[in-house]
Design a protein. Structure first.
Length: 709
């Protein structure tokens, strides 16, 4: 039919345009969830084949194998990771159109063909899906959830046709699609309930079946189940051998697993239902998030027809199998979302529709069915004399509304959301740019790269994109034995140069954590220059000392200085370069900064943000240098108001001594004050705001401990 071909062409063009346009650049960078799939694909290409990959919370294998296929053609690029899911999302639109035509293209009772009804339902459902902002976002990310609606819809359309036409080959194809579902996404595990409930629904009206029809049904059912189980056998066997991996991800999300506390489970389920109903017309404003755009899956006008379709489906569920299928589909595939618990706000938006991805085709088909029912009513009751004009009017209205929705979706995603300032940080654009810089470095430079990363998941982005020869070490600066660990990593390569990546602070997921590494490399090596890039800088160090163990400081001079306001100074360690003062003077010179570690402890009285003032006085009591800085924990950069009660915290300060500092003896004093009010904190047993930390001797010779004290 010409109309069908025209609708398919429009849907295909719209799907390809929205899913594939600027796919490598938007979203920017490569999120670690996507990169994890890419690393799995590299393992496949290296001959490591499995049905399930447990890395980063675990993920089923279908998407990873498709990415591996794309990588074999497109190399290790962002496009290779995202292209399979983008094509799957675009294909789902066409399959939803096909299913709508099949389900509504023939009258259930008379068997008479109703092609225009099928065209209307399929066209509206597919049109809503192709212009959906949620589906556009999901389709442009390498999320395995995109394969669930595609394979489920394809299985149902083939099964419906095969059952109606008694076509074994279509039933076999449907079973293959059903057998692939366990390889897609966790909510696919509820699909057997859909097939079970829908099959059992035919027994409820107590219809009479002949012995021939029973044998035919049993044969078709046996073929479907046998082929589906055979296709799913590898992943079923995998979980049999590794039962702990079956719940690797769901144990953190499943509301009924008992790990989220005891009590009334009804309330969190009702809260989930409220949130997800907001996606179906009961919500209000759009929710913007640096990861995604959360808005209603259905606009208010579409939601009206969805709930109309649901109401009519409930009314006619006995007479029309198509309505039983859509109702059960919607209910069963929404169930995983209702029984999931939120584990943090850093996911892709609270209660995001990704967990409802398996139910999305049913939602749009029920919406289209509601429109179809309304159109039939109006045609029969009000416009029965001018059916052609009425049909043309309805068609133009539907096309116009979908066109408006498509333009709005395009503008929202490609113009408004694309300009959000947090996107580069959220999607790890800096990691992609770092990989590009490292890939351009010469192979024989004798240098290694040390990259601070507090979140181990980001290593997947670099592991997938980096193809250079230089050794790269990702370092968790929160490691309890960081100095010795970083020394051992460097010793493995015996490099001539160590390059430290210093991230720019605008990246929300990393801030100031380079300080411990910079301190160690500066203490045990010699700075030899820096190179600045847009997202990061690279600091180089040579002459790295490896003949002894590394530490932030050798000894901590114990103190017991209690300040009013609930903070106490427990100890200090002062030094310059590798040398450290201990109960004596330190020879210093202005060629290197003076460093100082300060160990603090808080009490329940402390709830303020504190800062320190480090002041250097000459022998006459004159102030010659002052350094002020907020108290921030050395390991993770927390201000003091975020420290826990009784927590012991180390802080580090650098003092860049003035170049014109004359030779002589100086006294270093410490003052503590409230950062907001500037009021000094007074140490118990003292009258002034300062305490003496050390006596320093300025000279032109390298630092050394003055043994005479």
């Amino acid at each position: 039919m010409l109309a069908t071909g025209g609708v398919l062409l429009v849907l295909a063009i719209a799907g390809a345009l929205l899913r594939l346009l600027h796919l490598s650049e938007l979203p920017p960078g490569l999120h670690f969830d996507e990169a994890t799939n890419g690393v799995g694909a590299l393992q496949v290409l290296q001959g490591e084949h499995t049905a399930f990959y447990p890395e980063n919370g675990g993920r089923e294998g279908l998407g990873i194998y498709l990415i591996a296929l794309a990588v074999s053609f497109l190399d290790r690029t962002v496009l290779a990771i995202r292209l399979p899911t983008a094509l799957a999302s675009a294909a789902t639109v066409l399959v939803v159109f096909w299913l709508g035509r099949v389900l509504f293209g023939q009258d259930d009772e008379s068997g008479q063909a109703t092609p225009w009804d099928g065209l209307l339902v399929g066209g509206i459902a597919a049109g809503l899906m192709v212009t959906s902002l949620d589906q556009l976002f999901l389709g442009r990310m390498a999320f395995r959830a995109s394969y669930l609606p595609l394979l489920l819809t394809l299985s149902l359309v083939l099964l419906w046709r095969g059952w109606r036409q008694q076509s074994i080959w279509q039933i076999v194809l449907a079973a293959i699609c059903a057998g692939l579902l366990p390889y897609t996404y966790i909510p696919a595990r509820s699909v057997p309930l859909l097939f079970l409930f829908f099959g059992a629904s035919f027994l409820l009206p107590r219809a009479h079946f002949s012995s021939t029809s029973v044998r035919t049904m049993l044969l078709s059912t046996g073929v479907f189940l046998g082929v589906a189980i055979l296709v799913a056998a590898p992943i079923l066997l995998y979980f049999q051998l590794h039962p702990e991996h079956f719940v690797l991800r769901s144990k953190h999300l499943w509301l009924l697993n008992g790990s989220h506390g005891e009590g009334d489970l009804l309330q969190p389920i009702l809260d989930n239902a409220k949130e997800y109903l907001s996606l179906l017309g009961f919500g209000s404003e759009q929710y913007w998030h640096r990861y995604s755009i959360r808005q209603m899956t259905l606009s208010p006008y579409a939601a009206f027809f969805f709930w109309l379709g649901v109401a009519l489906a409930i009314w006619r569920w006995r007479q029309r199998p198509v309505y039983r299928l859509l109702l059960l589909w919607f209910a069963v595939l929404t169930l995983p979302a209702l029984l999931a618990v939120e584990i943090g706000s850093n996911t892709f938006g609270s209660h995001h529709s990704i967990r409802m991805s398996g139910a999305v085709p049913a939602i749009y088909l029920l919406t289209a069915a509601g429109v179809w029912e309304a159109v039939h009513y109006l045609k029969t009751k009000l416009f029965h004399r001018s059916k052609t004009l009425f049909a043309a009017t309805v068609g133009m209205i539907v096309i116009g509304l979908l066109l408006i929705r498509g333009i709005s979706t395009y503008q929202t995603y490609f113009q408004k959301w694309a300009g959000e300032p947090d996107l580069n940080g959220a999607y790890g654009t800096a990691w992609r740019n770092l990989a590009q810089v490292l890939n351009r470095q010469p192979d024989d430079s004798g240098a290694i790269y040390v990259i601070p990363s507090p979140f181990s998941y980001w290593r997947y982005s670099l592991e997938y994109l980096y193809q250079g020869e230089a050794s790269v070490h990702l370092v968790d600066v929160l490691s309890p034995n960081l100095p010795e660990e970083i020394r051992e990593k460097i010793a493995e390569d015996e490099p001539s140069t160590v390059n430290l990546v210093d991230w720019n602070s605008y990246n929300f997921w990393i801030h100031e954590i380079v300080t411990p590494l910079a301190f160690l490399l500066g203490k045990y090596g010699r700075p030899s220059g820096s190179e600045d890039f847009v997202d990061f800088s690279v600091h180089s160090y040579t002459d790295i000392s490896q003949n002894r163990s590394w530490s932030f400081f050798e000894d901590l001079e114990p103190l017991s200085v209690h300040y009013d306001g609930g903070i106490a100074l427990l100890g200090t360690a002062l030094g310059q370069g590798k040398q450290q003062i201990w109960r004596g003077r330190l020879n210093v010179n202005s060629s290197q900064p003076l460093w100082g570690f300060f160990r603090w402890q808080t009490s329940d009285e402390m709830n303020a943000n504190y800062a320190v003032a480090l002041r250097l006085y000459d022998e006459g009591g004159g102030l010659v240098y002052q350094h002020e800085d907020a108290l921030r924990s050395f390991s993770d950069d927390r201000v003091s108001s975020l420290w826990s009660t009784e927590e012991i915290v180390d802080t580090l300060f650098y003092l860049d001594l003035p170049a014109e500092l004359e030779e002589g003896i100086y006294e270093l004093r410490l003052g503590v004050y409230n950062f907001e009010t500037r009021a000094p904190a007074i140490a118990s047993g003292t009258n002034g705001p300062e305490i003496v930390l050390a006596r320093l001797r300025s000279s032109s010779v390298p630092s050394a401990v003055d043994a005479d004290g």
